[in-house]
Design a protein around this ligand. Structure first.
Ligand code: ADP
Ligand code: MG
Length: 346
């Protein structure tokens, strides 16, 4: 009986993992000015509870604006964003900026006090009503972000990656339901990026936190995100699982951005023996190359890319990018024939 009463009267939301927690419907936002800029256009999306949604797009595509709309720092002119079923209040409707269930870490560490130490930056987010609890919480969050050994250092003296960790710790200490991160890995050296990503994943796993992060570099978030929202000039071009979007990009833009795949016109596809009335996508790793006298293509360049060599293949106007298979001795200037293992139509 009490259970029934509780479910009827309690507004306590249901945070089950995987259910849609934040939903945007046909959201648009235009910055006023002499020349108004529409940063977000008719955009629909959703973020699921306990998952990581990554918003990907080139610089200027509207990512930061979208994050501010979700947090409630900006109010959409058309459409709406809901958190747990409730419309996110307009900035004009609230005294304190930002949604109470969320925290945002913006670019540039604006929220950190540069001359205070790590401990104070994080613990000052909590009130003094229970000093023991305050200490315990601070210690726990510093530990989970590997910051304990830096607790007495000033922010000023930290590396970019360490500052990012402190900013995340300060955002998380009051246990928000949603963490919004704007380009969180920008200032983090590549070597430390993966470790920070794993720590974020671990926090998400342990706490059921929902994360929405923004990035201009898809390679940063492919391993991290449960869902990708790809935007271009404020418009949604794709929303889906990273692996699915990578393997079968729904349009040439996503193919180039995520997978750097080859996109061919129907005529160009015909050169490779593929009949299609639509554009054709071919992954770099789906092209097998055989050295052959008087082959259809020639190798214009072999480029060292670290883990692999990239091959630039040419037949007149048609340029393809492929990956050199280990043990296949191809050199620039070679004449080759190609075998296409897999392709798709747009
Ligand atoms: P991103 O974060 O993807 O780089 P932004 O959301 O910052 O993109 O910006 C999207 C567009 O809105 C850009 O064309 C940018 O110039 C414009 N814009 C951003 N903030 C403002 C502002 N305060 N006033 C006017 N235009 C803005
Ligand atoms: Mg931005």
């Amino acid at each position: 009986m009490t259970d029934i009463i509780n479910t009827c009267t309690s507004p306590e939301p249901d945070y089950r993992k995987g259910r849609s927690l934040i939903e945007g419907k046909k959201v648009s936002y235009t910055f006023d000015g002499k020349e108004p800029v529409t940063a977000v256009r008719n955009l629909s999306f959703s973020a699921k509870a306990g998952q990581i949604l990554a918003i990907i797009g080139e610089s200027g595509s509207g990512k930061s604006t979208l994050l501010k709309l979700i947090y409630g720092l900006l109010g959409p002119q058309t459409g709406e964003i809901r958190y747990d079923g409730y419309k996110i209040p307009d900035p004009s409707e609230r005294l304190i900026p930002g949604h109470e269930a969320m925290r945002m870490v913006s670019q540039g560490f604006d929220d950190l006090n540069t001359y205070a130490n790590v401990w104070d930056n994080v613990s000052s987010q909590l009130s003094n009503t229970n000093v023991t609890l305050k200490e315990r919480h601070t210690k726990r969050i510093l530990k989970s972000l590997r910051l304990l050994h830096l607790q007495n250092q000033r922010i000023f003296d930290l590396s970019g990656g360490e500052k990012q960790r402190v900013a995340i710790a300060a955002a998380l200490i009051r246990q928000p339901k949603v963490l919004l991160l704007d380009e969180p890995f920008n200032q983090v050296d590549a070597a430390f990026r993966e470790m920070l990503q794993e720590d974020i994943l671990e926090i998400v796993r342990q706490t059921g936190l929902t994360v929405i992060m923004v990035s201009h570099d898809p390679t940063e978030v492919l391993a991290l995100a449960d869902q990708l929202l790809i935007i271009r000039k404020g418009v949604r071009v794709a929303l889906g699982n990273p692996r699915t979007l990578f393997e079968r990009p729904p349009n040439p833009y996503v193919a180039a951005l995520l997978a750097q795949a080859n996109v061919l016109t129907p005529e160009q596809a015909g050169i490779l023996g593929i009949t299609s009335i639509r554009k054709v996508g071919i992954h770099r790793q789906a092209i097998r190359i055989k050295k052959q006298k008087d082959g259809l293509f020639w190798v214009e360049a072999v480029r060292f890319r670290g883990f692999h060599n990239e091959l630039v293949l040419r037949n007149g106007e048609l340029e393809l990018r492929a990956i050199q298979e280990p043990g296949n001795p191809i050199e620039a200037g070679d004449s080759v024939n190609l075998q296409i293992d897999d392709y798709w139509e747009f």
